[in-house]
Structure formats: structure tokens, C-alpha cells
Write a protein that binds this ligand. Structure first.
Ligand SMILES: NC(=O)c1ccc[n+]([C@@H]2O[C@H](COP(=O)([O-])OP(=O)(O)OC[C@H]3O[C@@H](n4cnc5c(N)ncnc54)[C@H](O)[C@@H]3O)[C@@H](O)[C@H]2O)c1
Length: 407
């Protein structure tokens, strides 16, 4: 089986059959600009010290400072961080942001850490990677296992001439965070789906039946926004199990029950892949649909909120069944676009300066969705390939204009 990053890169060369002129940029994207591993030494509450492996990968900066989340997870490694940084590069390019792509990770099981220990890890990350980070060099954000408190701690650890708030987005509101960032990924995914209903094969004027794998921040925000548009949540799974009702579930009741640890699971988590639905939304971890699971999917469309939710080897099986895959770099871009507006607010020193950020955020998503829809006439209806072509084309233009290559 190819490594994470090799699997992600394997999706690029087939695109040259459509647009041969992208060969130079595809060649340059085969490896990252920098991948750094450092050790974080953290004092635990009981006085012990732990040495944690930490990585930051800046994959490509042709379009601007690199941007990407920081993940705390026991399974994170250099390969995963590179794949995620590569996807961030393509995502920022696709949605027209002046950012390159990056990602960070700390190998730690947060279920074994309290709030103070998590803050200490984030603070140490900001301190140890302060030469990599920078408001105009590399900007971090929340990802799996991190949130606003960790962003505040990174800013404090970075602490260069008071510039810490410029090296993170997804900050608490009183440290320069913006409302728009909260729930932006899931809400943005719903905007993408609503603007592509016909392309995704959803019947006009009829509610779509939705199943969601992963009912955390992004999955819940997606469920809520889709329900507000009249669509029906019929099943969702988290790491404990699946909850389903073919007649529809009340999203607000489910979010409340999940928050109180009060859900009535009907099956194991795995059952989500067998649910009868129009949309299967992936909002848990990468590689959720492998070749075996692809055979079980009965949805019209798979929506990838999780990065790399469909493993490369499963693309063809889903396509052969006529399942549309709405790709991660488009679907989950609402988070980084909102982060861009937070970064602009920091840079201008005035949160009011971002003005109608929500309208601009929405417009960016809709226009990226429409560019991908248009491009899929070239890719025989394949939305992932269409999104990748749009992203590569922007990176290619940036490289040429900077004289990185001339043909
Ligand atoms: N939050 C963002 O801004 C953002 C942006 C881009 C991409 N993403 C991606 O979206 C995904 C979800 O992000 P989030 O912020 O909601 O994370 P989260 O940690 O809040 O939620 C993840 C959910 O997945 C569930 N889960 C884990 N393993 C599972 C399994 N085997 N089966 C079913 N459910 C399982 C967890 O129980 C949890 O409910 C992640 O892959 C993340 O990288 C998030």
C-alpha cells in the first residue's frame, strides 16, 4: 500500500492526460518545501516529564504564507502531516486564497491530558517552532484534538514582539478570533452541497436523506445547516456507535444528547456505510472509505469533510457505481476561508475592517464550487479531478509569474 503522501500524489499524474501543460507544477509538488521534526518536553501534572514528537510541514508557498492546522493525535506521523499539508496547498489554491499549505502534528493522546497539559503542549509547540511560524510565514489553526485554547497557548509560546496573535487563527474571540470561524467548516460544506445539488445527482425540490460519519464540530454544523435547508438526517456515527432512524432524526435533539453523553446507539459505528441515503458525509478521519467499504456505499454522493476521507484505491469503485465524490479540498474549505478573514483582521488591526466577511466567505465557496462544476465537463464528471485541475492551474500561474519556470 502506498504511504499517505504517495497515495495523495498518485492522483496528480492522471490529470496530465487532460492538461499536459501542468507537468512542471506536478513535478514541483512531489516533495514539500520543508518538513521539520522536533521534540517537545512537557511537564505533566504529577511532576513527570514526557518527550513528544512534533512535526510541522510547509508544503508549498508559491501563493503566500503557509497556512494549516495543528493536530494532537496518538497516531500522527511525518507522512500524515505531509499529506495534510499537501491538501492544504491545493485547497488554498482552489478557493483563491493568498496562502500556501502547511500542517503540524504532535504525537499525543489527549484523552490522557487535562486542559493545563494540553495548553502546555501547545505553548511548547509555539516556542519550539517559533522560527518556522510567523504572521507572514506560517500560520497555524485548530485541527483534530486542538481548539481555541490551544491556539491562544501557541500565540503565547511564540511571543515575538507581541506578534503571537498573527501566527494562529481559530483564536478565542477576546484574543482576536472572529464569530465566522466557529462552525465554518461544516456550514461551508453545506453551502457547497446546496450549490451543487444537481451536479451531485440530488433530486430538485426534494429533501435529501443524509448519513454522517463523525458527529463532532464539523459533522454537527453540517447536519444543522442541511436541516435548516429542509434536508433530513437519517443516521450518524461517532467512535462509539451509530444512531439511525429512516423517518429522520431531530438534529438539535441529537446534538444535545451527544453533548450530554445521552445518545441511544442502535448499531456499531461501522453500520453507517450501509445506510440507505442520498448523501454520505465523511466527517471523522482520513481513509474512511477503502475499497471494501466502497462496495457497500449506496449513496448518490459522498461528501468529504474529513481530509482524504476516501482512500485513493476506493475512488474508482465509487465512480464505477456512479457515486459522485465531492472532494475535501472544496468541501471543507469554509474553515480556511474564515481563517483568512481572521488573519486579515489581525493584519489590519481592526476587526471591523473585515466588513461583510460572511458574504465574501459564502461567495468564495460558491464560486469555487461553480468553477469545479464547470471543469468537470473536461474530466468526464469527476469532481475530484476537476477540483485538482483548478487548484493546479492557479499554482502553475503563480509559479510562472514568479519565474520559478518559464514553460
Ligand atoms: N474543524 C475544522 O475546521 C476542519 C477543517 C478541515 C477539515 N476538517 C476535518 O474534518 C474532520 C472532522 O473534524 P472535527 O473538527 O469535526 O473533529 P472532531 O474531533 O470534533 O470530530 C470527529 C468525530 O469523528 C468521530 N469518529 C472518530 N472515529 C470514528 C469512527 N471510526 N467512526 C465514526 N466516527 C468516528 C468522533 O467520535 C467525533 O465525533 C477531521 O478529519 C478534520 O481533519 C475539520
Amino acid at each position: 500500500m502506498p504511504s499517505d503522501i504517495q497515495g495523495a500524489l498518485s492522483r496528480l499524474s492522471p490529470l496530465l492526460d487532460y492538461e499536459q501543460h501542468l507537468q512542471s507544477i506536478v513535478g514541483l509538488l512531489q516533495s514539500p518545501t520543508e518538513l521539520i521534526q522536533r521534540q517537545l518536553i512537557i511537564e505533566r501534572e504529577d511532576g513527570r516529564s514526557d518527550a513528544l514528537d512534533a512535526w510541522r510541514c510547509r508544503y508549498n508557498d508559491f501563493l503566500g504564507p503557509t497556512k494549516g492546522g495543528l493536530r494532537f493525535s496518538p497516531g500522527v506521523n511525518a507522512d500524515e502531516v505531509q499529506r495534510l499539508a499537501f491538501l492544504m496547498t491545493l485547497k488554498c489554491a482552489l478557493v483563491g486564497l493568498p496562502f500556501g499549505g502547511a500542517k503540524g502534528g504532535v504525537k499525543v493522546d489527549i484523552s490522557q491530558c487535562n486542559d493545563r497539559e494540553r495548553a502546555r503542549i501547545a505553548h511548547e509547540f509555539g516556542r519550539r517552532f517559533s522560527d518556522i511560524l510567523g504572521p507572514e510565514r506560517d500560520i497555524a489553526a485548530p485541527d483534530v484534538g486542538t481548539g481555541a485554547p490551544e491556539m491562544a497557548a501557541i500565540a503565547r509560546g511564540y511571543d515575538r514582539m507581541g506578534a503571537g496573535r498573527g501566527v494562529v487563527t481559530g483564536k478565542p474571540l477576546d484574543l482576536g478570533g472572529i464569530d465566522l470561524r466557529f462552525g465554518a467548516t461544516g456550514k461551508g460544506a453545506a453551502i457547497v452541497v446546496q450549490s451543487m445539488r444537481e451536479t451531485l445527482g440530488l433530486a430538485e425540490g426534494k429533501s435529501a436523506r443524509i448519513a454522517i460519519q463523525g458527529f463532532g464540530g464539523a459533522g454537527q454544523a453540517f447536519a444543522r445547516a442541511m436541516a435548516e435547508n429542509g434536508d433530513d438526517l437519517v443516521a450518524f456515527a461517532d467512535s462509539t456507535g451509530t444512531v439511525s432512524d429512516p423517518d429522520g432524526l431531530n438534529v438539535e435533539d441529537m446534538i444535545e444528547a451527544k453533548g450530554q453523553g445521552n445518545l441511544s446507539y442502535t448499531e456499531e459505528s461501522e453500520a453507517i456505510f450501509d445506510k440507505e441515503c442520498d448523501i454520505l458525509c465523511l466527517a471523522a478521519l482520513g481513509d474512511a472509505i477503502n475499497r471494501d467499504r466502497a462496495d457497500r456505499v449506496g449513496a448518490k454522493a459522498v461528501i468529504e469533510i474529513s481530509n482524504a476521507g476516501v482512500a485513493p484505491e476506493a475512488d474508482a469503485s465509487l465512480r464505477a457505481k456512479g457515486v459522485k465524490i465531492c472532494p475535501d479540498i472544496l468541501v471543507n474549505a469554509g474553515g480556511v476561508i474564515a481563517s483568512y478573514h481572521e488573519w486579515v483582521a489581525y493584519r489590519t488591526g481592526n476587526a471591523q475592517a473585515i466588513g461583510d466577511a460572511e458574504a465574501q466567505w459564502r461567495k468564495s465557496l460558491i464560486s469555487a464550487a461553480s468553477a469545479v462544476t464547470e471543469k468537470c465537463s473536461v474530466t468526464d464528471g469527476d469532481l475530484r479531478q476537476a477540483a485538482l485541475l483548478c487548484a493546479l492551474s492557479r499554482l502553475d500561474g503563480a509559479a510562472r509569474h514568479q519565474g520559478v519556470y518559464h514553460r
